[in-house]
Design a protein around this ligand. Structure first.
Ligand code: NAD
Ligand code: IPM
Ligand code: MN
Length: 354
């Protein structure tokens, strides 16, 4: 099969982990006889420096002409004091909106071989296998008005019925293929948008009698996520709650660098990126964990290209490398062998080629 993929490496470790993911996909291509064409585009801080905008028109064109998008991460201190429309993060929000990537899937799985390194007790982290379904193109991130001056700041939290319904339906459909359980997370004791959210969850749930569901307030959910995480199957929630809860959930796996994500349009077109950021504190040192980025491309193989065997082979390669006692440097003092970004990538490639 031949596939054209837009590659937006972004800033900081975004470049390093994306290069890692591309090398791994090249190995998958060799083993399974696929040809990937990589088309590189600018996004984020580098795009601001080069062409004066965080999401250049050329990048949109490249993405529109591709079968899927791979993204690293954007941002960094260099651009932190820019006005909102000239921040790297704005480019990320614009690309999500432009391509209507309204459903963001963030799977969280505890690898058996890393259980002992999770900051949580082994018995708490054991067996965790959840899917966080985050609404990605609405809510506080996009509501208008949005501004601040010296004396006042305004953000607007607005959700329309259709925006809520499509992500909730996606969550229930996913639950049917998993353990038939949905937890909807909101703040319905305070927020009007959450009251509508809850109502729509009830309506959708009525169409899926085989799926068990409950509602949880976000503060309690944050607590339960690290006290009893294996109780969750599918979590569905609005944009900002999903952002925060998924970084929190990543500690179950031992590192933020482990978690992949897929951002999907209703017709299945997708953008694939790790959930972490550009990590300026470790950028340029060849120590970033590339596994979140690499596992994101497994989601691409499965979801955008229907390459199930290939995705399974990639995930198995990652698992085997972890089980052989290797990890990257953010896992400290745990008696495992620490690898650089490129060494970890090579190990995973060797597993694929074995
Ligand atoms: P971050 O995710 O970049 O880093 C948080 C911490 O986790 C840091 O200590 C970092 O070193 C560590 N970390 C992150 N990814 C890692 C990896 N793969 N391997 C090892 N350690 C890793 O979050 P931040 O520091 O709050 O933000 C830095 C910049 O990234 C900001 O400009 C922010 O806006 C941006 N950001 C971008 C994205 C994205 O592009 N999707 C996501 C989050 C943050
Ligand atoms: C993420 C990031 C982004 C978000 C930022 C950089 C805009 O934190 O992808 O999780 O909040 O969605
Ligand atoms: Mn985030």
């Amino acid at each position: 099969m031949k596939k054209r993929v837009a590659v937006l490496r972004g800033d900081g470790i975004g470049k390093e982990v994306t290069d890692a993911a591309i090398s791994v996909l090249e190995a998958i291509g060799r083993r399974f006889h696929h040809e990937f064409e990589w088309v590189y585009g600018l996004l984020g801080g580098e795009a601001i420096d080069t062409v004066g905008q965080p999401l250049p028109d050329e990048t949109i064109r490249i993405c529109e002409e591709s079968d899927a998008i791979i993204l690293g991460a954007v941002g960094g201190p260099k651009w932190d004091n820019h006005p909102s429309h000239l921040r790297p993060e704005k480019g990320l929000l614009q690309i999500r909106k432009h391509f209507e990537l309204s459903v963001n899937l963030r799977p969280v799985q505890a690898f058996k071989s890393l259980l002992s390194v999770s900051p949580l007790k082994e018995e708490v982290a054991e067996g965790v296998d959840m899917m966080i379904v985050r609404e990605l193109t609405g809510g506080l991130y996009f509501g208008e008005p949005s501004f601040h001056d010296n004396d006042k700041a305004v953000d607007t939290l607005v959700y329309g019925r259709d925006e809520i319904e499509r992500v909730v339906v996606h969550a229930f459909e996913l639950a049917k293929q998993r353990r038939n359980k949905v937890t909807s997370v909101d703040k319905a004791n305070v927020l009007e948008s959450s009251k509508l959210w809850r109502k729509i969850v009830e309506e959708v749930a009525a169409r899926y009698p085989e799926v068990e569901y409950d509602h949880m307030l976000v503060d309690a959910a944050a607590m339960k996520l690290i006290t009893y995480p294996s109780a969750f199957d599918v979590i569905v929630t609005e944009n900002m709650f999903g952002d925060i809860l998924s970084d929190e959930a990543s500690v179950i796996t031992g590192s933020l660098g482990m978690l992949p994500s897929a951002s999907l349009r209703v017709d299945g077109f997708g953008l694939y990126e790790p959930i972490h950021g550009s990590a300026p504190d470790i950028a340029g040192k060849n120590i970033a964990n590339p596994i979140g980025a690499i596992l994101s491309t497994a989601m691409m193989l499965r979801s955008s290209f229907g390459m199930l065997e290939e995705a399974n082979a990639l995930e198995a390669a990652v698992k085997n490398v972890l089980e052989s006692g290797f990890c990257t440097s953010e896992f400290k003092n745990i008696g495992r062998q620490i690898l650089s970004t490129t060494e970890m990538t090579e190990k995973i490639i060797s597993e694929i080629e074995r």
